[in-house]
Design a binder for this molecule. Structure first.
Ligand code: ZN
Length: 282
């Protein structure tokens, strides 16, 4: 009984048995290490915390929306977009002087430079590229809201076209009225490709009665979420130089349009504290 059975494998004896033992031990060790790695990988996976639009992460001025630190450890991104609130508006993001800037301020005292400036236009809509993209979205949203089908009465106008537009207004209405209706060439927002005179197909795309339409009311309330402002508000001709034009939408981008709304001012001149521009210098 106390004698070892010579037929039983003795782990301490024999090359074959010893190798087998080491292989088994190695396999067991690999399995243990493998399970540890797998477990730790799962255990370390952070659960994304959903953020809500009601409490956006404050972003310092100078950080454009969506700014991320490239050296930070990558973590799963929440699917909710970051909402750029008052604190993250960067007033230096774009120029208000450069003709190609989406923030350019053009009025009777601020001609475009160069005066014959021409923007890069969209292939199908007669607007500068960013304004055309925003217009498409706005049009879809107006239709979805049940307030009609938006149409573009007038978009980009070249220096030459504006020369003719102003000349026609002058001929028809005389200087005082013409200057309240049409800009001198080189002084028109339409020459930037960022201004859209809109109406609805139900109105035959005429702008005259657009102001009393449901689409106009919807646009006035919501256009900023697409980056547009109603550029020539009612009773502010002494600042903008133009009569109330509910149809004339100016693309400035969502950041600025929203900031203007938050600031409770109505014109670009007021927002940027620029001189009122009721008349031309000459
Ligand atoms: Zn216009």
């Amino acid at each position: 009984m106390s004698q070892p059975n010579p037929k039983e494998p003795d782990p301490s004896n024999g090359d074959g048995n010893s190798k087998l033992t080491w292989i088994i031990l190695a396999l067991v060790a690999l399995a243990v290490i493998g399970s540890l790695i797998t477990d730790s990988a799962f255990a370390e996976t952070p659960t994304p915390t959903p953020t809500t639009t009601s409490s956006p992460t404050p972003t310092a001025i100078g950080d454009p929306p969506g700014f991320t630190n490239p050296t930070a450890t990558p973590t799963p991104e929440p699917t909710t977009p970051i909402v750029c609130g008052v604190n993250c508006f960067n007033p230096s993001l774009h120029s208000i002087d450069a003709a190609a800037s989406q923030w350019v301020v053009v009025n009777k005292l601020r001609p475009l430079s160069p005066i014959t400036y021409k923007p890069k236009l969209d292939k199908t809509i007669n607007l500068a590229v960013p304004a055309a993209d925003a217009y498409r979205k706005l049009k879809t949203a107006v239709a979805k809201s049940g307030n009609g089908t938006l149409c573009l009465n007038s978009g980009y106008r070249s220096y030459t076209t504006q020369t003719n537009t102003y000349a026609n207004a002058l001929r028809l209405y005389g200087k005082k009225t013409a200057e309240a209706l049409a800009a001198h060439p080189g002084h028109s927002e339409h020459q930037t490709g960022l201004a859209a005179d809109v109406s609805t197909t139900a109105l035959g795309c005429r702008i005259g009665s657009f102001g009393s339409s449901k689409a106009s009311a919807w646009v006035a309330k919501n256009a900023h979420t697409f980056g547009f402002i109603v550029r020539y508000p009612n009773k502010l001709q002494n600042i903008t130089g133009y009569q109330y034009e509910p149809w004339h939408l100016r693309f400035v981008g969502v950041e600025l349009a929203t900031q203007i709304r938050n600031a409770k001012v109505l014109t670009l001149e007021q927002f940027w504290q620029l001189p009122a521009a009721p008349n031309y210098k000459n």
